[in-house]
Design a protein around this ligand. Sequence first.
Ligand code: LRH
Ligand code: MN
Length: 434
Amino acid sequence: MDIEHIDTERVAEENQLRLAWHEPDLAHALDVVGRGGVDGRAVIAELARFSVAAPSWAVGTGGTRFGRFPIGGEPRDTFEKIDDIAALNALTGANRTVSLHVPWDDPGLGAGAAALRAHADGLGIGFDAMNSNTFQDNPSTTRDGALSYKFGSLANVDIPTREAAIEHNGYVIDLGVALGSKALTVWLADGMNHPGQASFRGQFERVLEGLRAIYAHLPDDWEMYVEHKPYEPAFYSSVNNDWGSSLLLAQGTGDRAKCLVDLGHHLPNTNIEQVVARLAMVGRLGGFHFNDSKYGDDDLTVGSITPFQLFLIMLELLEAGGGAMPPLAYMIDESHNLKDPLEDLIQATDAIQHALAQALCVNRSDLVDAQRANDPAQAAEVLHRGYRTDVRPLVAEARRRNGAALDPLATYRALGYRAAKVAERGADAVATGL
Ligand code: LRH
Ligand code: MN
């Protein structure tokens, strides 16, 4: 029987079917981890504490310029997106917030925002960092089409265009305040396609001036994240192209301006875990957009291409947090071109939980000893002991403790959620987003 809402009761029933092997697996995993000098129960507790926001723009199918293949039963508005994210969270126990993208998800100030907040509250979903959008010409952000972001937004030589971009970000902050969010993410498509098209310095200074104007609108208990990206849609230069530019922008904007690291926004062979270590070291690491990629900003399932890099990034985060995950804005940013979006988000969250569990299974004092002894072979042994630990029972147990599923994807399929949504919303329902 296909169900419209996934509740803890149905999940517990599905868990009951799996307990017979989960408990011995868990006992064994705790024993193996314990022999490595790591407290497995502390690992489970830290896993259960962790949560990563789901992107409102990726609850439907994504596409490329070559095509998009809707899956059916997609959320038709932001309320239905929250329903799907609540279903996701009921299965993973680790997607307790949503990151909204405006204007793709704009309930409007006043009654609209209040209604959406009440709906999300009722489903136990909070609002994470808000995302503005000055990379497309939407009537609500371009003074009803009176201007365009074709040649940039904050970097544009045209003052009214820059002002409209600043105003839009101000509106997104006001909306976030009404929804209970505490942060704004600013990703800019601004840059050049052709050498000489604009001044590197001029574009940078205009962006910095714009970010400062947006920051002036930021409530005192909010943070602002600037997100760097080397290219696309600008194919010669992006204004905020790498962690260096991003750090300069954050430091030039204000104390609560920080850098957001989207894993797909780095040129091939970039040492992203070192970028994370640097930004954390200077207190300017604000958050993440987790995904994976083989070539460019492919927005593929987290941990599906470079799982060891994800593990090393988790190690740097635990280093920055003194053995626990630091309080940053953790979010997923993917585009689901082939898989059911909810199945992809389940697997993405699972991959993040696994990488965190493996990193928590690294004996940190053994690692420091090996580093102090200039013993790279021993250091590698210590890392691999954590990375090669079968942490699946620990992750499953953390989910179970959060009232979620031991096996979220199998449970999702067993409950027939997608079929129920196709019946409810229609086979041709398509969500807003990328
Ligand atoms: C840009 C980006 C940014 C979002 C968008 C949906 O590539 O990563 O974070 O605004 O994707
Ligand atoms: Mn991103």
